[in-house]
Design a protein. Structure first.
Length: 331
């Protein structure tokens, strides 16, 4: 069995090296037109545009140029803030933009952004720090916030979206990540109470007894075979063990006490792991191993960067948000 795993690992390494060697890439920086090198999220809209959220503006790549959106209170339809935190879309493909102070949706026809009112359970309008957006398979569009819990987006009679805070449901007011697996179980990562799984009427909690920040889950993903992974703040990468209903830490010499900022499953079922200070890696469930992704054509070492946003576009190209560098694109 060990020999079989070793052969498989060697094959994976050779394949990864050959694939990277055949690829080419480009780094988008502030000097080349990107609004900021502090990338927070990357999203591809239904029309194929790639949107890059940063701490100083929103960028749209259309294949030929980059269009920059910054707040301008004198212009109707402007973005709400330059501090863009997260991007997502509803079931119809309408893009939603989360900020440090609220939520908007993008209207393609007018190239404008419109604020989505978010109502608390006390009937008051809020301007929360939006942390995540999730479109569920049952039709629910959920918005996680830091301080106000979770909002569900509804439509008024005239079709305008608005949010109502979910009460008697959220495990914490401080939401880090929302995720739905293939079984339509809802996973909620919180800042202060661990990770929760909602399956029907049942609720289970994980990492709640860990001390300090090691109980904070920053990212979640699931591959097409049902392998579910979570990345933690100062706690590395963990794989869900369904038979024991626990999470097992993935062995790694550099990630055991490090932060995993983003997890992304590509079309070929590659699981990309974005880390803080250790670049981007690929996780292989077959061998339970992590392999560095460090293309030879980069002008810097990707293996030592903070990688906090990953996207594979419709053409199979990778877009990687690299903190204080910009967006690394390679085909």
């Amino acid at each position: 069995m060990k020999i079989k795993n070793l052969i498989l690992l060697i094959y994976i390494l050779i394949t990864a090296i050959n694939n990277v060697g055949a690829q080419s890439g480009k780094l988008f920086t502030v000097e080349s037109g990107l609004s900021s090198s502090m990338v927070t999220d990357i999203h591809q809209s239904r029309n194929g545009f790639v949107w890059v959220a940063t701490e100083d503006g929103l960028n749209r790549f259309d294949g030929a140029k980059n269009t920059l959106y910054r707040v301008d209170k004198n212009v109707p339809g402007s973005v709400l803030s330059d501090m863009v935190t997260t991007l997502g879309a509803d079931a119809t493909g309408v893009m939603y933009v989360g900020y440090l102070n609220g939520l908007q949706y993008y209207h393609e026809a007018s190239d404008s952004f419109f604020t989505v009112p978010l109502w608390t359970d006390k009937g008051k309008l809020s301007e929360p720090h939006v942390t995540c957006i999730l479109q569920r398979k049952n039709g629910q569009l959920l918005v996680g916030t830091s301080g106000y819990g979770i909002f569900e987006i509804h439509r008024s009679k005239n079709g305008q979206p608005y949010g109502l805070r979910l009460i008697n449901f959220e495990p914490s007011n401080f939401i880090v990540r929302l995720f739905e697996n293939n079984r339509q179980e809802l996973w909620i990562a919180t800042e202060n109470r661990g990770l929760f799984k909602f399956s029907g009427q049942e609720r289970q909690c994980y990492f709640a007894n860990k001390k300090g920040q090691k109980n904070v889950v920053m990212s979640i993903c699931e591959d097409k075979y049902g392998t579910l992974l979570v990345g933690k703040l100062n706690g590395g990468l963990h794989r869900y063990n369904e038979s024991t209903n626990t999470f097992d830490q993935i062995p790694s010499s550099d990630l055991s006490n490090s932060t995993v900022l983003d997890l992304y499953v590509g079309a070929d079922n590659h699981i990309y792991v974005g880390t803080e200070g250790y670049g981007m890696k690929i996780y292989h469930p077959e061998t339970n191993t992590l392999i560095d992704l460090n293309p030879a054509f980069t002008t810097f070492s990707l293996s030592t960067t903070k990688t906090n946003a990953i996207l594979e576009d419709q053409a199979g190209n990778l877009w990687i948000g690299v903190s204080q560098k910009g967006v690394f694109f390679f085909t």
